[in-house]
Design a protein around this ligand. Structure first.
Ligand SMILES: *Cc1c(COP(=O)(O)O)cnc(C)c1O
Length: 446
């Protein structure tokens, strides 16, 4: 983009100056409208999420057959919702913010099989593809059939004729790779330069082919898509446009209902729910937030959190250009320690769907991710990866920045904050090897 183009863009997008300077921003989405209005402009509905949930239920016996660690949970991949009162106290003291209400950690860092939020969307999309193939080729007679049939050597041999490919910064590759390999597919994961070595090694140990790229995530996706399109028996998981991934993530919302009830936490106009989710290309935070809006309507307030050098989703949404603009276009590097969030260009699909639903977004400097990581570890003895720690920035900025406070006032929430619940969506961490974890714990950027 030329300076002139950037200047005219800045005239209609007031946060552009701060974004370009790499400053931490609090952005309230001016396009957000009441849930009833928002849902009229949207093709996806609760029925789509119900279907995704039902598909996951059909596959539960198969998942138990593939992954013995899922037997106790009867083939359901779900994470705990953990109260973190000691973290809440620590954040209040250390950062001088008053945080009334309750603070919870949604521990997708502990999701079985893939160790990150990607276990939701990635595994769901592979199961959907598996079911589509199985039904088309008579391996299953219908949705009522016994899905453990798909775990037999004959079925694996059938799936071995097919390839699955995906472009990834790391965690999506792990989820798609491990699940696809378990079904019996051949798998090629196209990894961007920022993907961690241990993720590549882990995938190779599952028999996955890993292709490495010098360039960033966008390039890895482009190449993966091109190679997959050349092969009629190859299926490409398109992180930038996939409705299946999005719906797989959205199922999280339905599961959260029971978890909140079990903790005795109501969600309604007088008991608002704030949710903060780290955002890369947008699929995971978009799908989860979309699901939460379907379930809780106007009582839930979802916010995304992105690195200051890779704020692709807020850039796309705030300018209205969505995937037609990248962080590099406005002079940012796209480089961040938050490897799961190192994305320069957002999903246009997610940006457009979420435009009337999303409350807002925050950005966070890399240095703070490590500080938050230590805060959580010291207060609650829970380790999560730096990318996931972006969530912790959410309540701090919402409750401190003028933009956040104005949002609370305008939504009539200020008097309900003592009854509020804040959920930090912890998106990854349990598969991080000990040596890498030790490196993280030694890292001080501030
Ligand atoms: C992928 C990922 C995200 C964000 O998901 P997107 O779909 O890329 O927006 C957040 N945290 C972690 C740890 C991730 O791996």
């Amino acid at each position: 983009m030329t300076e002139r183009e950037l200047e005219s863009l800045g005239a209609s997008c007031s946060i552009l100056t701060d974004l370009r300077a790499g400053r931490e921003i609090a952005w309230i989405n001016p396009s957000q409208v009441p849930f009833e209005t928002a849902s009229q402009s949207c093709d996806l509905t609760m029925a789509d999420i119900d279907q995704a949930e039902a598909r996951l239920a059909r596959f539960a016996p198969f998942l138990m057959a593939c992954f013995p660690q899922l037997r106790a949970a009867k083939g359901v991949i779900e994470s705990p919702l953990t109260p973190v009162p000691r973290l809440q106290e620590k954040l209040e003291e250390k950062y001088g913010v008053r945080m009334p209400g309750r603070l919870l950690l949604k521990q997708d860092n502990a999701l079985a099989v893939a160790g990150s939020v990607k276990a939701r969307g990635g595994i769901y999309e592979i199961l959907k593809h598996t079911e589509d193939l199985a039904l088309a080729h008579g391996l299953l007679t219908g949705p009522g059939d016994d899905y453990t049939k798909l775990a037999t050597p004959q079925a694996r041999e059938f799936f071995g004729q097919y390839t699955v490919q995906v472009g990834s910064t790391g965690n999506l590759g792990l989820s798609i790779g491990i699940m696809s390999a378990a079904v019996g597919f051949r798998v090629i994961v196209h990894m961007s330069a920022d993907a961690k070595g241990w993720k590549k090694d882990l995938l190779r140990s599952h028999g996955v082919t890993v292709r490495e790229y010098e360039a960033d995530y966008g390039e890895a996706v482009k190449n993966g898509r091109r190679l997959s399109d050349q092969d009629s028996k190859s299926y490409f998981v398109d992180d930038e446009n996939s409705q299946a991934l999005f719906l797989g993530y959205a199922v999280a919302a339905k599961r959260l209902v029971g978890q909140l009830q079990a903790l005795g936490i109501p969600v309604d106009a007088g008991h608002p729910l704030f949710v903060y989710i780290p955002c890369g290309v947008g699929g995971a935070p978009g799908g989860i937030s979309f699901g939460l809006k379907q379930v809780f309507g106007d009582a839930v307030h979802p916010f995304f959190v992105e690195p200051t050098q890779a704020p692709c989703m807020v850039l796309g949404m705030a300018t209205g250009l969505h995937n037609a603009i990248s962080v590099q276009d406005v002079g940012l590097s796209g480089l961040t320690h938050a490897d799961g969030l190192a994305v320069g260009r957002p999903s246009g699909f997610v940006g457009r769907v979420m435009s009337p639903f999303l409350s807002g977004a925050f950005t966070v400097e890399d240095g703070k991710l490590y500080a938050y990581m230590r805060d959580l570890l010291e207060s609650e003895e829970i380790f999560i990866e730096p990318s996931a720690c972006a969530a912790i920035q959410g309540p701090l900025l919402l409750l401190q920045r003028p933009e956040g406070l104005a949002y609370l006032e305008k939504q009539g929430l200020t008097s309900h904050l003592a009854q509020a619940t804040h959920i930090l969506w912890s998106t990854g961490g349990s598969l991080v090897p000990e040596a890498t974890k030790a490196d993280y714990l030694r890292t001080h950027l501030l």
